[in-house]
Structures are given as C-alpha cells and as structure tokens.
Design a protein around this ligand. Structure first.
Ligand code: IMP
Ligand code: MG
Length: 173
C-alpha cells in the first residue's frame, strides 16, 4: 500500500483549515458541527480540537458504499442522533467528496430541518468523479481518482484506524 498523505501533512493542513473555518464563522454562532459517520471519525475529532469558537458536535450516518464498488447503491441516512438544529449554523463534515450524491442529499435533508445555514467541509475531494454539481466550502486535499483508505476511510470496514491516507493496492478509482 502506498502512502498518499502522511499524518504530518494532514496535521498541517488541518491547522490551516481550522483557521479558514474560524474566519468564515466569525461573529456567527451558534454553530453545530455535523459529521457523517463512519468516515468522518478522525476528521471531526482532529478538526474540532483546532476550532477556537464554541461549537456543538453531532452526527448522522450515511452509507452508500460496499467494498470497492464505487457506484453508490441506495443511500441510507440515519439522523436519529441529531439534536434540534433549528436556527443553528451547520458545518457538515465528510471524509471525501466523490460523486457528490451523499453530500447533496444530506444538505437537502438538513435544510428541511430548518437550519440557519449549511457549509460543507471535506477532507478529500477526488477529481474527475463528481456526478452532481456540488461545491464544498472547505477542502483539505484534492486527490487523484484512486480508492483511498485510512484516517477514517475504509475498504470493507477495515483500515479506518490508519493515521495516514493510503492508496489501496489493486483498488480501482
Ligand atoms: P459520494 O456520494 O459518491 O460523494 O460518496 C461519498 C462517500 O463514499 C464517502 O463518504 C465515502 O464513505 C465513500 N468513498 C468515496 N470514495 C472513497 C474512497 O476512495 N475510499 C473510501 N471511501 C470512499
Ligand atoms: Mg462516508
């Protein structure tokens, strides 16, 4: 397996991203960070520790992928863990923007619930894969069309624990 983004580089990028997010939300609380499980695990944990204004943290679950299959099946959203978000500014965080379908669906879902605003941050954005027009507000890294694992991202629910982003051998984009 090849290391695409070493842990140190992720840490440096998160420092800059947190500063960028701080500027975007200046004077605009109350903010709730909503992470999309399970992939957002590390990204949310590491990013919120760098944010220096008060935030709440909540999660939704979405699953569309099985194994390497990069054509998403039916997307399931579970929002049973979400608190009341009425009037809150939501910073939605996901591990990776691929086709864009997951984030498009979840943004629509949050707007339905009466949030004041939604901004979207992704750790990774894959080039050449997007199927629906979607512009994230914050992007950690733009990466080539490879199947990546680690730092929250999985293949068959494994490898999430790796502290870096790697390219899975034989994994098609
Ligand atoms: P989208 O709806 O196609 O944008 O899919 C986004 C979701 O697909 C992410 O939240 C990931 O869970 C998953 N995904 C997309 N590409 C990869 C990858 O290279 N490795 C692991 N998971 C991926
Ligand atoms: Mg995911």
């Amino acid at each position: 397996m090849d290391v695409l983004i070493p842990a140190e580089q992720i840490r440096e990028r998160l420092d800059a991203l947190a500063a960028e997010i701080g500027r975007a939300y200046e004077g605009k609380p109350p903010v709730t960070v909503v992470g999309i499980l399970n992939g957002c695990l590390m990204f949310v944990a590491d990013l919120v520790r760098r944010i220096d204004f008060p935030v709440r943290v909540a999660f939704v679950t979405a699953s569309s992928y099985r194994g390497t299959a990069t054509s998403p099946g039916r997307l399931e959203i579970h929002d049973g863990l979400l608190p009341d978000l009425t009037g809150r500014h939501v910073l939605l965080l996901d591990d990776i923007l691929d086709t864009g379908k997951t984030l498009t669906r979840i943004v629509a879902h949050l707007l339905d619930r009466g949030v004041a605003s939604v901004k979207v941050g992704v750790l990774l954005r894959k080039v050449g894969r997007q199927e629906v027009p979607f512009e994230p507000d914050f992007v950690g890294f733009t990466i080539p069309d490879k199947f990546v694992i680690g730092y929250g991202l999985d293949f068959n629910d494994e490898y999430r624990h790796l502290p870096y982003i790697g390219v899975l051998e034989g994994g098609e984009g």
